[in-house]
Write a protein that binds this ligand. Structure first.
Ligand SMILES: [Zn+2]
Length: 357
């Protein structure tokens, strides 16, 4: 099928432009997107105003600029500052439902044919919202969209072990009802995968997909530690390309290939947190060439000011990833999605039928 024959449909909720680009028209698979990092600027502004939160802007564009400036400060700490505001803004069930729905619609209108969104529901306990109610609101929002999508529940590495275990149990309760996976997010250094072995085992035994943020701020060996504990996918994982010796590098790559570990790489986000210097020097292309299973996601559309289509265009233009390699990435992403087999196969068929050029 030529690319022009594949067109994402639009509706009144669209904030996309009427003229779709080549990159928007490509059928895409989004595996790594945080709901609390992907609010529409207009929605964030309205939610903040409704809650009378003190915010650094009065217009959506100013709010988006503030988020991007924080994200682009080259510091994970500054990058995470924006989340304090978005989480406060999302502290109602209506807001959770709305944000989830809009994220799914934005992805659909950007040409995604399958998407996974994630959030740590227990972040909202601080606002007296029960984890169960938050999960149900997020699922309701996602299911209101026509996009094939599901929810990954995150635990936060900074939280006490009992809370992380509760997050895993919460995910397990909704397995098959909209929750498709479990993830651990948050700071890496000082929080090796072994600390979370119980939660990872619980999620895995419940039949959930398991992914884990590793190898972005900390050593590449963390990737393989998380894999040994049952993670089949790794958030970022880029430091697996920076071993201390050629022998270690070969060993790491061999292990990752043997385990068919999938890397959910988010290049612009990696630049913004200071993990890599630029898109031009990002290891994404090298990961593909090394035969790893890799895809490309947005991480936090609001904080990083990106979309899936813009991200793919950027790695093509600045990182040397060919259009054929982009197609292969989308196929690998569809194949390893935590969504049911029928949804995976439908996405794979759609991607296979399109000539990426
Ligand atoms: Zn992430």
């Amino acid at each position: 099928m030529p690319i022009s024959a594949y067109t994402a449909t639009s509706n009144a909720t669209s904030n996309a432009t009427s003229q779709t680009t080549y990159w928007q028209q490509l059928p895409k698979v989004l595996l790594h997107e945080h709901l609390d990092g992907g609010l529409r600027p207009q929605t964030l502004l309205e939610l903040c105003q409704h809650k009378q939160l003190v915010i650094p802007a009065t217009k959506p564009s100013e709010l988006a600029d503030w988020m991007l400036a924080n994200a682009n400060a080259g510091s994970l700490v500054r990058y995470l500052d924006g989340f304090a505001l978005t989480v406060a803004a999302m502290a109602s069930l209506d807001a959770c439902e709305r944000v989830a729905f809009e994220a799914a619609e934005d992805a659909r209108l950007d040409g995604c044919v399958l998407a996974e969104f994630r959030m740590a529901p227990l972040l909202l306990e601080e606002y007296n919202l029960a984890g169960e109610a938050v999960v149900e609101a997020l699922i309701a929002g996602l299911q209101r969209s026509d996009l094939a999508c599901g929810l990954i529940v995150c635990g936060i590495k900074l939280d006490p072990p009992e809370k992380i275990l509760r997050a895993a149990k919460l995910a397990a309760c909704y397995q098959g009802q909209g929750v498709i996976g479990f993830d651990l997010a948050g700071p890496e250094r000082g929080f090796p995968p072994a600390l979370f072995a119980d939660a990872l085992a619980l999620a895995r035994n419940a039949g959930l997909g398991v992914t884990f943020h590793a190898g972005e701020a900390d050593d590449g060996s963390r990737v393989l530690e998380a894999v040994a504990l049952g993670a089949t996918r790794i958030g970022h994982g880029i430091n697996v390309m920076y071993a201390r010796s050629a022998a270690q590098q070969e060993e790491w790559l061999n292990q990752a290939r043997a385990a068919a570990t999938h890397f959910e790489v988010c290049p612009t986000s990696n630049v913004h947190t200071g993990a890599v210097a630029s898109l031009a020097t990002h290891p994404l292309h090298d990961m593909i060439e090394a035969g790893l299973s890799v895809s490309c996601s947005t991480d936090n559309r609001l904080m990083s000011g990106v979309t899936m289509s813009a991200e793919l265009q950027a790695v093509h233009d600045q990182n040397g990833v060919s259009k054929l390699q982009i197609k292969r990435m989308m196929q690998q992403a569809a194949a390893v999605s935590f969504l049911p087999e029928a949804a995976r196969n439908k996405a794979l068929e759609t991607i296979a039928a399109v000539d990426f050029g």
